[in-house]
Design a protein around this ligand. Structure first.
Ligand SMILES: [Zn+2]
Length: 415
């Protein structure tokens, strides 16, 4: 019992040559347990302490500023905490085991998952300091294991007859993950687990149907001219997807062109939608956005007098919107319209930039209410996820779904 209450057994590691050290380090750190290719996902960026451990035993390794290393064989969780510009390691009773660390890794001894606070993950954890009293946690794991935690949050709980859509999503998510792997070259991670990249929930998000889809498409990606494509996707196109250059200030891409989706996504609750803003609220939202994004707002007065749709894209999204006030006209373009209309403090931006306007005026002919009749949800570039599900229900195969939304792509098996 006395031994158990110590909780952690310290194993000193003494290494004599740099060569032996490298081999030993790679083997002992547990990375050899990971199948290739691996991906490094930032799963947490925090100022708080984090409890970490394994389902069974785990090995915790630490590196200090002189690169000296200690290893802890632990049957219980440990706590990692930012420590000024570095990290510190504690046991669960709050006793400090080590401080001034520049890196900590945690590897499960047997093939099991790891805990990060109360969340389960596959693979390995790495902890790095990030500025003063802040750290980030990287989950290093096989790409297919990562995708198990991505697929369900991205496409929702699906039925067996929708499997081909889940397979299409698997190939799109795999391609997206692999092409964006060098997005943060100065950091120790490839991707973050947020909507900025792809939502990744670890083991909690895994679903059987998604695992089947991943198995049946293992290693498959989309390419054009031998290169991985930027596989953008969105919830609901509302009838048409759009050219990438009409949605963002980006160069055209042969595979991200506007395509018709007929009525395949009309089952989505966001196929059409309505939203209403008091004119003063909308003007205030636009002002807040322009200020916070550093854009000019000098022609934005105190009274919204008119809004005019000046141009639309091939797919129907608004590419230029004139905002008229007593002080002049401000133009909002492309996907920025969705952000400019967002309510401050709320996470939701306007569902899409494909909409019609209905302006209501009061007895004094002042603009009082702006009604928006919209179509679709998301940016509208690449695959329409609800359209893909609609097509799977209608009997389309996943490769037919992908080549519909991504013009001219070739599906290739990488591993
Ligand atoms: Zn659609």
């Amino acid at each position: 019992m006395k031994f158990k209450t110590l909780l952690i057994q310290i194993c000193a590691i003494l290494l004599v040559s740099s060569c032996a050290r490298m081999n030993y380090a790679v083997r002992q750190e547990g990375y050899d347990k990971l199948k290739q290719p691996i991906i490094r996902v930032r799963v947490l960026h925090t100022k708080d302490k984090v409890e970490v451990g394994a389902k069974g035993d785990c090995v915790v390794r630490t590196w200090d500023v002189n690169d000296e290393k200690s290893a802890y064989f632990s049957a219980v969780n440990v706590v990692v905490k930012p420590d000024g510009p570095l990290l510190a390691l504690y046991d669960l009773k709050g006793n400090r085991l080590e401080s001034k660390l520049r890196r900590v890794t945690v590897v499960a001894e047997k093939k099991s998952w790891l805990w990060l606070d109360k969340r389960k993950f596959r693979g390995i954890f790495e902890f790095y300091p990030d500025g003063h009293d802040t750290m980030y946690v990287v989950n290093v794991l096989h790409v297919e294991d990562y995708l198990r935690g991505v697929l369900a949050p991205e496409i929702g709980r699906r039925k067996p007859e929708e499997l081909e859509a889940v397979k299409a999503q698997a190939v799109a998510a795999r391609t997206y993950a692999l092409v964006t792997r060098d997005k943060y070259p100065d950091k120790e991670y490839d991707l973050v687990n947020e909507i900025l990249d792809q939502v990744y929930t670890g083991v909690e998000g895994e679903q059987r149907l998604c695992d089947i889809a991943l198995k049946q498409t293992r290693g498959e990606v989309m390419k054009v001219d031998g290169k991985l494509i930027d596989a953008f996707y969105h919830s609901t196109c509302g009838g048409h997807t759009d050219n990438i250059e009409d949605v963002w200030e980006k160069d055209p891409k042969s595979y991200l062109q506007s395509v018709e989706d007929d009525t395949f996504c009309n089952w989505s609750k966001y196929y059409t939608w309505d939203e209403e803003f008091p004119a003063s609220t909308l003007l205030s939202n636009i002002r807040t956005y322009l200020k916070s994004s550093g854009r000019t707002h000098s022609r934005l007065g105190s009274q919204l007098t008119d809004i005019q749709i000046e141009s639309r894209s091939t797919g129907g999204r608004i590419t230029s919107l004139g905002i008229y006030t007593e002080a002049g006209t401000t133009n909002l373009g492309k996907d920025i319209i969705r952000w400019a209309f967002a309510r401050p403090g709320l996470p939701g931006i306007l569902r899409s930039s494909d909409f019609d306007l209905e302006l209501k005026r009061d007895a004094a002919n002042r603009l009082s209410t702006v009604s928006i009749h919209g179509r679709g949800y998301g940016h509208g570039v690449g695959m329409c996820q609800c359209g893909a599900i609609g097509r799977a229900r209608a009997g389309f195969y996943y490769d037919e779904i992908l080549t519909h939304y991504y013009t001219g792509v070739v599906i290739e098996k990488l591993y």
